[in-house]
Each structure stands twice: as C-alpha cells, then as structure tokens.
Write a protein that binds this ligand. Structure first.
Ligand code: PXP
Length: 247
C-alpha cells in the first residue's frame, strides 16, 4: 500500500454525449454531468473531441471551458484542426491521443517515438499557450524517452491491456506500468493513467505512488445508470483513497 499524495480523479464525460447523440436530442447534457462530477469531488473533467464528433461536440468544449471551476483536460488527435480548437479555448490540459491506425503503437497508445517530428512543433505551441500537454502512451521505455525529448510534462499510461487480461499476465502488465511510472517520474514527467478502469481493477494502479491522476469514464457513466453519477464517482474516490492508504 502506498501513502503518496492525493491521487486526482479526472472524470471523462464523453459517454453522456454518446447517449445524447444516439437520439439526436439535446439531452442528456455532458456539461450537466461535468457539473455534477465537479460537485461530487472530481478533480478534473476529461472530454475527447473526436475528429468525427461522434460524442463530444465543439459546443460542448466551449461550454465546458466556460462553465467549470475544476481543470478541463481536452483529449484530442494531434491534428491542425484540433490544435486550433485547443489554442482557442486554452484548456488546463491537452492529452494527445491516437485516432488513426498509423498513429498508434501495436498496443494502442500514441506512437510518440514514431511521430516525433509531427508532434514536436505542436507540443511546443501548446506549451507556449500554457496548456499542460499529456501524451497517452504505452508504458514502454521507448515512448517515455520520446515524451522526455518532446518536452511533454505529463504522460498518461495506457491501462487498457492491464484491464483486459488476468492472472500472471495482469501482474506483468501492472509491473510494466509501475516501472514506467517510476521511470517517467525520475525524469521529471508527471505520470497519469487511464483506460478501462473499474472499481474491481483500479486499486493496484491507484497504489502506484508516482501516479498523480487517473482518468476514468466509461465505467463511471455506466455505473451512474444504477447508482446515480455522484454515488458512482464517490465510490471510485473511495476505492482510490483506500488503495492509496488515505482514510
Ligand atoms: N484516458 C484516455 C487518454 C482515454 O482516451 C480514455 C477513453 O476516452 C480514458 C482515459 C478513459 O477510459 P475509459 O472510458 O475506459 O475509462
């Protein structure tokens, strides 16, 4: 068990917009969900503006940027279109994520090493605009080393594979994520983690002392159907605090 500092919870509200967009209505409103999450103790709100706008829209980002008092983490592909939107709203954080196959590593994270020349000027512009850049990468030395050279202050380690496997394979994945969180922190990067986390699998990731933030969406929004959003978030907070040794 770790006794590290407060582990931040970023609540991803994309899938409230997925439900809204399934019927083309104006409800449920992801901004309303973000405000409830803020009340319920979320440390930040994460929203992914996808190129095809399949859930979050440009208007949602504008309303989130205006309406939140906690930090907004804008997830986006590393494209000129998305860069212009980020520079217009200047969210607290911008997490660069892969959307196309050629932007991904085989495991699914952003290929920061392979895309180095494309990413470097974009990260420079976001850093200059005061947005805290995060790279959503696989937990691998090659990707961490690229993030360091790219001067990204944050890396978000992809927990998708960890969540999909079990037994010895999960233990190996967990060790890989813990080792890479330590490597990132030793090199001055702030490690975050996310993708696929639930009440059942969050504790070992939350206990990694160098990890400063978890971004969690799909499970929390699904659980909100049964518990309500505030209680769904409160229970995740409890799981994270217990893993971190916080009373
Ligand atoms: N972090 C990043 C970079 C993501 O792209 C996502 C999914 O949108 C998440 C965290 C949250 O993953 P999940 O919805 O599975 O909790």
């Amino acid at each position: 068990m770790s006794t590290g500092p407060h582990l931040r919870l970023g609540v991803n509200i994309d899938h409230v917009a997925t439900i809204r967009n399934a019927r083309g209505t104006s409800y449920p409103d992801p901004v309303r969900a973000a405000l409830i999450a803020q009340e319920a103790g979320a440390d930040g709100i994460t929203a992914h503006l996808r190129e095809d706008r399949r859930h979050i829209t440009d208007d949602d980002i504008a309303r989130l940027a205006d309406g939140l008092t906690i930090p907004l983490n804008l997830e986006m592909a590393a494209t000129e279109e998305m860069l212009a939107i980020a520079l217009r709203h200047r969210p607290h954080a911008v997490c660069l994520v892969p959307e196309r196959r050629e932007e991904r590593t085989t495991e699914g994270g952003l290929d920061a090493a392979g895309l180095f020349d494309h990413l470097a000027p974009m990260i420079g512009r976001l850093n200059d605009a005061g947005c805290r850049v995060s790279l959503f990468i696989e937990a691998s030395p090659r990707q961490i080393e690229a993030a360091i050279r790219l001067k990204a202050p944050v890396v978000e380690l992809h927990t998708g594979h960890y969540c999909e496997v079990d037994g010895a394979e999960r233990a190996a994945e967990l060790k890989r994520i813990a080792d890479m969180a330590a490597l990132a922190a030793r090199n001055g990067l702030e490690p975050h983690a996310g993708h696929g986390l639930t009440y059942d699998n969050v504790a070992p990731i939350a206990a990694i002392p160098q990890i400063a933030e978890l971004n969690i969406g799909h499970f929390l929004i699904g659980e909100a159907i049964f518990l309500g959003l505030s209680d769904s978030i409160a229970e995740m907070r409890r799981c994270m605090d217990a893993a971190r040794g916080v009373a």
